[in-house]
Ligand binder design. Structure first.
Ligand code: UDX
Length: 459
């Protein structure tokens, strides 16, 4: 099938590459000509495992192309995906300007009868506005609107697109359903389930899914605060909870909280939507507050370990909002760095991929070339993002180059015993700290050791 993709960001490119892999003819367009030039050379503007290869494969096969000319991209497309950003406004409400503009562009250049699919995450009810624009500006051509939310995780987005847990399609007509079912037939044939709903349900289901996952993380983080006080272990509590299939273990890892482009914005947007519709949903505000508290708790832990933050040097390992990405948008690691800098500490960060983006986002942050350079002279080492390679750090070498032997593990990534054996005091998340065994005080050699009444040494 011929498919147009409006917006070549993370979602748009993954959608375009995946649909080309499924055998469709895809034309992508974007307002950013520089980005398109990069794509034409087979390069992506961000890091996403496997995406560059998939784009090149699609282009080589002649099934995937990018053009700055929306007329060319949309002229023949039976299905047009809207994949533009819906960033939060200051009050948390989703900014739908780019969706509106895409609607106008499609109304001008799209072909009669095309199905216009919202892939961007939008509040329930957006499809009606979109349909109105297409009607008003379409010059008599008819379009149908549908919703097909994405559930892509950065770092595994292509796999998520090609091996989805579910394909959700919100439709308003049997014709839309037939067309979209045909589009995804290569996936449904392999057993990936297709869930068909009305359009508003599909729109809301996306926000609800992300908000629920965010709630699980915030629940785990609140438990972490409690476990630290109660002397329990939050990861073990999560294991016990997660063994119940009604709860599930996923997204119960306590840490510095969630970041990235989706969860913070989607929780806020759903809360705003609920309020606009006259339903408070205060749980969502609490989810966001607990997420902020997760970083605050780490700041307090570091301050407590170092007595004062002023004048201390702190090494932060991991700057991206999660491993396997160079994305630093709303990264808890950078929020933490910012808070420490504001408290008068010097902060040196390292990230396997996100160093450059982090420096751009937070210029006061020093970015080191490797973990050991970051740790040199530091009073505290913080694990802020769970990059796998940090598990293999040479802890003895780190200890040797640091000023104080203090590790704060904001992601419970390291092996506690190994950290303590290397001579560090270890502050995990949601568990009491671990200290190296204090050496036994020397005994005066002349005193004889006498046995006490129970045979215990009283020396
Ligand atoms: C998310 C959704 O998972 C995806 O379905 C949706 O389409 C887009 O938003 P993404 O933002 O790429 O994907 O990342 P995800 O892997 O979900 O992680 C989000 C954040 O939560 C990260 O900052 C991660 O570190 C944090 N997280 C995740 C936790 O703190 N604890 C967990 O247990 C899981």
């Amino acid at each position: 099938m011929k498919v147009g993709v409006v917006g070549c960001g993370h979602v748009g490119l993954v959608t375009a590459a995946a649909l080309a892999e499924l055998g469709h003819e895809v034309l992508g367009t974007d307002r950013d000509a520089e980005k398109l030039a990069l794509l034409a050379r087979g390069e992506t503007p961000f890091y996403e495992p496997g995406l560059e290869e998939a784009l090149r494969r699609g282009m080589r096969a002649g099934r995937l192309r990018f053009t700055p000319d929306p007329a060319e991209a949309l002229r023949d497309a039976e299905v047009v995906f809207i994949c533009v950003g819906t960033p939060p406004r200051a009050d948390g409400e989703a900014n739908l300007l780019a969706v509106e503009r895409s609607g106008s562009t499609i109304a001008r250049h799209g072909r009669d009868g095309a199905i216009v699919v919202e892939k961007s995450t939008v509040p329930a009810g957006t499809a009606d506005r979109l349909a109105e624009i297409l009607r008003r500006e379409g010059g008599g051509r008819r379009f149908e609107v549908a919703s097909n939310p994405e559930f892509l995780r950065e770092g595994s987005a292509l796999r998520d697109a090609l091996e989805p847990d579910r394909i959700v399609i919100g439709i308003g007509s049997a014709r839309s359903l037939r067309t979209l079912a045909r589009l995804y037939e290569p996936l449904t044939r392999e057993g990936h389930p297709l869930i068909v709903t009305d359009i508003r349900t599909a729109e809301l289901a996306k926000h609800a899914s992300n908000a629920f996952l965010a709630m699980k993380i915030s629940f785990a983080n609140a438990l972490a605060r409690l476990c630290e006080r109660a002397g329990a272990d939050v990861a073990a509590v999560a294991d016990v909870m997660g063994a119940d299939p009604r709860i599930g273990r996923a997204f119960l890892d306590a840490g510095l909280g969630y970041g990235g482009y989706c969860f913070p914005k989607d929780v806020a947007a759903l809360e705003r939507l609920a309020r606009r519709l006259g339903y408070g949903f205060p749980l969502l505000r609490e989810v966001a507050r607990l997420n902020d508290e997760a970083v605050e708790a780490a700041v307090e832990k570091i301050a407590d370990a170092l007595w004062h933050l002023e004048g201390k040097r702190i090494a932060i390992l991991g700057l991206s909002f999660k491993p396997e990405t160079d994305d630093v948008r709303l990264s808890p690691a950078l929020t933490l760095a910012d808070r420490l800098l504001a408290a008068g500490a010097e902060v040196v960060g390292f990230d396997p991929r996100a160093g450059r983006n982090a420096k751009e986002e937070l210029p006061a942050l020093r970015v080191a070339a490797d973990p050991y350079e970051a740790a040199a002279g530091a009073h505290c080492l913080v694990i802020a993002t769970a990059w796998r390679e940090f598990r293999d750090l040479d802890l003895v070498a780190l200890r040797a180059c640091m000023a104080y032997p203090v590790v704060v593990d904001g992601r419970n990534l390291l092996d506690p015993e190994a950290v303590v054996a290397a001579g560090f005091t270890y502050y995990p998340t949601g568990r009491p700290p671990l200290r190296p065994e204090a050496p036994a005080p020397p005994r005066p050699a002349a005193e004889p050791v006498r046995a006490g009444p129970l045979g215990l040494s009283t020396g």
